[in-house]
Design a binder for this molecule. Structure first.
Ligand code: XMP
Length: 518
């Protein structure tokens, strides 16, 4: 394991991902973790992340000097670099000279462990106020910039390395190479980690944990729950039952994809609950977005709980093994963000899940809690899940219910399903699926406009296309799709979907617009 010590400001997750891209397993730990605890994890190397503080700020996080004397190879980046400098007796000045963004780095010693084979002049990403002016004793300065005399240093004997910039950021052209030089050369680690190891490890661990007992898993149709279920299925086979609630708000072909393709690929026992009527009844006459969301959320939980309770009752009445485990598709970013990044156990007890009897204690199985999203997709692929499931773009839980502006009815859903299927088909055919984050297709059910088709006047509804590009859905930009693709989608939707006589394009970024319309 390589430990990434998190000094805040989101850099740690990116570093951990880059380390794994170098095929070395990494985990994030908070900077408040005592050094003894870090060392107890037997790390092969430690990386100190950047962070928002100045090393001179009063509350600035620090590190005990003993870490640098432990013999474990250490790589400090940005804040981590300055902390290494000050802790070991170098000088960091509050110069007031800020470097932010793309910066030219001059490598002064490219025979160095970190920079060997990279150009003397290279672009790096900087984000700092203080600057290091003198390296600690025993260290060689290996790079500088116009404003920073000591922009990188290393001490090969003690296996301590540092750079002022952010090698984990894409804009640092040789960043990944510098990181790999540290891992392979500086720390002498063999790159061997793959998602394949994850499958074997998890399958063995889940088998041992579950024994002969049973587990259940809710499938949403999304990537995470599908991969989690497939992994657990591989471990315990028919001891797992999956529940899928069809609320009638799915897109065309999605329920069939879960019912047929997912089952065909995994052989999982699946219980599909057809709840369309129930959802449409509950949604009748409602057009307020928040109210729709509440109704859909509430009904979903009720239906899901009922199915769970039935499975548990059936298991009991057959005198079989009790249902003791619940599978969830929690990912590593959720774990880190909820402060659980240090936990190594992938199993924890959970009381009173979703309204089941209070005395029923479920144990959670979260086989993906150490993985990033792209790694989950790789695991899915290795497990043989269909491409359509593994590469699925995000889709909101409330489904098409929040893509009809106005009341949700069966007729409107069918109409939107058709329009959405056409847009998806054309985007896929144009090879744009990986380029866009997602493309909601929205029906403005309460709006009508005049058109002309054949030789008659029409009075139909508009369809909105909302293609966006994004990294994490927190912010987004509208995607500049090729005109010919947009043209084909528009022509086909107006020709093939009754009651739609106009297609419009949403060109709002987020903020101010959200990705979904409701
Ligand atoms: P907004 O519209 O807030 O959406 O910009 C951000 C991302 O979240 C998805 N989304 C949801 N996902 N349940 C979900 O599972 C929801 O209720 C929900 N609402 C929005 C949306 O599709 C986008 O990817």
């Amino acid at each position: 394991t390589v430990l990434v010590v998190d000094f805040g400001a989101q850099y740690a997750q990116l570093i951990a991902r880059r380390v794994r891209e170098a095929r070395v397993y990494s985990e994030i730990v908070p900077s408040t973790m005592p050094v003894a605890e870090m060392l107890a994890k037997n790390p092969k190397a430690i990386i100190l992340s950047g962070g928002p503080s100045s090393v001179y700020a009063e509350e600035a996080p620090s590190l005990d000097r003993s870490l640098f004397e432990s013999g474990v190879p250490i790589f400090g980046m940005c804040y981590g670099f300055q902390l290494m400098a000050t802790t070991l007796g170098g000088t960091v000045d509050n110069t007031g000279a800020r470097e932010y963004g793309r910066t030219q780095l001059t490598v002064s010693k490219n025979s160095s462990t970190l920079f060997e084979g990279t150009p003397v002049e290279q672009t790096v990403w900087m984000s700092h106020g203080d600057a290091c002016s003198a390296a600690p004793e025993g260290f060689t300065v290996t790079a500088s910039t116009d404003l920073v005399p000591v922009a990188a240093f290393e001490n090969d004997e003690k296996r301590l390395y540092g750079v002022q910039h952010h090698p984990e950021v894409m804009h640092s052209t040789y960043g990944q190479q510098v990181l790999e030089h540290f891992l392979y050369r500086g720390a002498g680690i063999e790159p061997s980690w793959t998602t394949g190891n994850v499958i074997d490890e998890q399958v063995a661990a889940i088998r041992e944990l579950v024994g002969t007992k049973r587990a259940i898993c809710g499938l949403s149709g999304g990537v995470d729950s599908a991969v989690a279920a497939a992994l657990v299925q591989k471990a315990i086979g028919s001891q797992l039952t999956c529940v899928y609630v069809d609320h009638g708000l799915m897109r065309k072909g999605e329920t069939e994809q879960v019912e047929k393709d997912f089952v065909a690929a995994t052989g999982v026992q699946l219980r599909v609950v057809d709840a369309e009527e129930r959802f449409l009844k509950a949604l009748a006459g409602v057009s307020d977005p928040e109210e729709k969301r509440k109704i859909i959320g509430r009904e979903f939980i009720r239906v899901f709980e009922q199915a769970q309770a039935e499975i548990i009752a059936e298991a009991g009445s057959e005198g079989g093994e009790p249902v003791e485990f619940l599978v969830q598709g929690t990912l590593y970013p959720d774990v880190v963000e909820s402060g659980g990044g240090t936990g190594t156990a992938n199993i924890k007890s959970h009381h009173n899940v979703g309204g089941l009897p209070e005395d029923l204690e479920f144990k959670l199985i979260e086989p993906l809690r150490k993985l990033f999203k792209d790694e989950v997709r790789m695991v899915g692929q290795e497990l043989g899940l269909p491409e359509e499931i593994v590469q699925r773009q995000p889709f909101p839980g409330p489904g098409l219910g929040i893509r009809i502006v106005g009341e949700v009815t069966k007729e409107r859903l069918d109409l939107l399903r058709e329009a959405d299927a056409i847009a998806r088909e054309e985007l896929t055919a144009a090879g744009l699926d990986r380029e866009i984050w997602q493309c909601p297709v929205v029906l403005l059910a309460d709006v009508r406009s005049v058109g002309v088709q054949g030789d008659g006047r029409t009075y139909g509804h508009p369809i909105v296309l909302r293609p966006v590009s994004s990294e994490d859905a927190m912010t987004a930009d509208w995607s500049r799709l090729p005109y010919d693709v947009l043209g084909r989608i528009s022509t086909r939707i107006t020709n093939e979907v009754d009651e739609v006589n106009r297609v419009v394009l949403d060109i709002t970024s987020k903020p101010p617009g959200t990705i979904e319309w409701e």
